[in-house]
Ligand binder design. Structure first.
Ligand code: ZN
Ligand code: FE
Length: 292
């Protein structure tokens, strides 16, 4: 879509924010890793896991860019790179309404600037604490904020641990609520603790456990198989984990993502969610760091 036609249309995105902190559109300085420029080599598969109008684009080594679609509008979560998103949206004649950023890592924000060049009216929604590291944000949010995006309520939750500010976005749709968790929770695993503390990550997972049990979790990486192999190594007799491995292998063999996954199912197989206390969690996280 050309810039002119973008401008002539009123913005469909209705964002209401209860406690708003609006940042000016900053000049972006993004440190894009070398590998991000090699996107043309990545095997891109479109329309994985079509659930509730949420599509996963598989990019780079194991990143998933989630696209949440409503009518002709799309919200993109953590665009690692821009090219496949632009291609997908233009081919289907869709309009980018907003980008949700969970955290500042380059494999989550690498495509944002280019996307906003194509859709200058798109809102870039990110943590107010990350104005320096996500400088192109134009709608800054914090824990507890509520947004109205494409007619749906989206709640902002801070889930610390992986980075010193990391957000999750909760979409309370009727049948299955949706939680975009970035790099906080993976199927069978959790994010590495880069800037936070074990206590923070443990509390973040406890917080995620308090969401409705039928919540579908959308994380940003396909790490499931390796996580499950690690868990089985620690709990070789665990039937739930064994079953999960065969389910995961089946999906991967037909080129399907293992994501999203439901919170109740995940609580049976994820050792980090099963940890009874901080001590056990800390042991598991340290053990996992040595595994991969
Ligand atoms: Zn990350
Ligand atoms: Fe990541």
């Amino acid at each position: 879509m050309s810039k002119a036609s973008e401008k002539s249309k009123p913005a469909l995105l209705k964002i209401e924010i209860e406690s708003s902190n609006r940042a000016p559109l900053g000049k972006a300085i993004v440190n894009i890793d070398q590998f991000l420029s090699e996107d043309t080599n990545s095997k891109l598969t479109m329309e994985f896991n079509k659930a509730q109008n949420i599509f996963g684009l598989r990019v780079l080594k194991d990143n998933i860019i989630w696209l949440w679609k409503k009518n002709k509008s799309v919200v993109v979560i953590d665009p690692a790179i821009a090219k496949p998103v632009i291609k997908y949206l233009k081919e289907k004649n869709l309009k980018l309404e907003a980008i949700l950023q969970t955290h500042h890592h380059s494999d989550h924000i690498g495509g944002t600037e280019e996307l906003t060049k194509n859709w200058p009216n798109a809102k870039v929604i990110a943590s107010i604490k990350e104005k320096d590291r996500i400088p192109f944000q134009n709608l800054s949010v914090k824990d507890g904020d509520k947004l109205n995006i494409m007619g749906e309520e989206v709640k902002v939750f801070e889930v610390l641990g992986h980075t010193r500010s990391h957000l999750a976005f909760f979409l309370n749709v009727k049948k299955h609520p949706v939680l975009f968790v970035g790099d906080t929770l993976f199927s069978g695993g959790c994010g590495r603790i880069f800037e936070g503390t074990y206590q923070q990550m443990y509390s973040s997972l406890e917080r995620i456990k308090s969401f409705p049990k039928n919540t579908l979790i959308y994380c940003a990486h396909e790490y499931t198989k390796s996580n499950i192999l690690w868990a089985l190594n620690l709990k070789p007799q665990d039937q739930n984990i064994k079953n999960k491995l065969s389910e995961v292998e089946k999906k991967l063999s037909i080129d399907e993502l293992t994501i999203p996954f439901s919170l109740d199912e995940e609580m049976k197989i994820n050792l980090f969610l099963r940890a009874k206390n901080l001590e056990e969690f800390t042991y598991l996280r340290a053990n996992k760091d040595l595994w991969v």
